[in-house]
Design a protein around this ligand. Sequence first.
Ligand code: ATP
Ligand code: MG
Length: 413
Amino acid sequence: MSHASPSRRAAVAIIERLRGAGHTAYLAGGCVRDALLGIEPKDYDVATDAEPDAVRRLFPGSRYVGEAFGVVLVAQRSASIEVATFRLEWGYADGRRPDKVEFTDAEHDARRRDFTINGLFADPRDGGDEIIDYVGGRADLEARLIRAIGDPDQRFGEDYLRMLRAVRFAARLGFEVEAKTAAAIRPLAKYLGQISRERIGQEVLAMLTGPDPVRAVRLMQALKLDSPTLNEDPAEPEPAVLARLTPPIDAPTALAAWMLDRRGGSSSLTAAAGLSLDMVLRRWRRALSLSNDVRDALHGQLRLLGAIRDWDELGVAQRKRTLASPWWAGAWTLARAVEPGVGRIGADVAALEADGVAPPPLVNGDDLIAMGLEPGPRFKQLLDGAYDAQLEHVIDDRDAALAWLRNAAEMTR
Ligand code: ATP
Ligand code: MG
């Protein structure tokens, strides 16, 4: 297939090489699912009966990504392809990697996977892919269902993260969670906290930044996963703020929207900005193992809602300082989702931005020292004042700024 992507061509070349050496090898998992749905797969995985050592020998320059797990990374020109030996896995005591694996055949490898739509193999042949389906994945792709392979209670019990994966795939693909699969999740949801917070956070961020975070949140709440995910009381509000954002949404903004939706901050900017969220922020940060960057952005965006609510009372300097914040873009998106009417300040925002919200300061501490002042807390006050005057065009050049400073220093002596 000449129109195939470079990664697909790389994966097919690897399969042909393995086959030439007498092995069985297939495209596996997500890439087969996505290709059947007409979605360009994110990455291509290969599954084979060749053991890792044999794979290593066939592909010079390949390396183990987890020898014990039977996965070898093969670099092929632009693409890196994971080649995994057909295997069974047990336990995720460390919450990341299986405790134990055992090499097996294709059918058992398919059956240890989480959902039927993720348990498909494809054998790339000249006439097109032959799909190898041990688990009924094709029928569920047709029926648009997320169904656990085998007994759902047992499968979720083996790895509770699968409960969140069910939600993520349902939201990403617009599928339903099949009834017995959903019924198994509800009573097990409370055990989610037994897996690592990093894994939970990754799944949640992936669903919130995906194509349908509203569907993800509704499903999480309906399946009772919200409380164990966030370590807080269950709540099933309609995600109104989130619904007014257009996916894909960045992680901090999506988290902020969901946070407001869960605490009744959806009704107005006054309600949203009035919430005291410090404890909630700390709790979510821990529950989702948020990075410092995401935490800072989430906190920054929520804090700026107050300034947006009070916009009419702010002076030009305060408005410009607000607009210069690194969290402004996210906060502005969020504020309009909380209260669309706030868009009325958009013209003012645009005008201030055109005027320049963060010009380089005309004066600094060296100027105060040159005036004979002792460095101290007064410095910041004086320089903040000078910068406000600059932002308000009270002073527009260095001479005026120095004169302003001299005068202010004199008055506050
Ligand atoms: P994505 O496009 O999001 O990467 P994916 O289906 O490729 O989707 P991965 O997390 O990359 O998902 O995993 C690759 C495959 O490994 C899955 O399709 C599934 O067959 C299997 N798998 C992954 N995680 C689990 C799990 N926790 N339990 C069982 N099988 C899993
Ligand atoms: Mg994948």
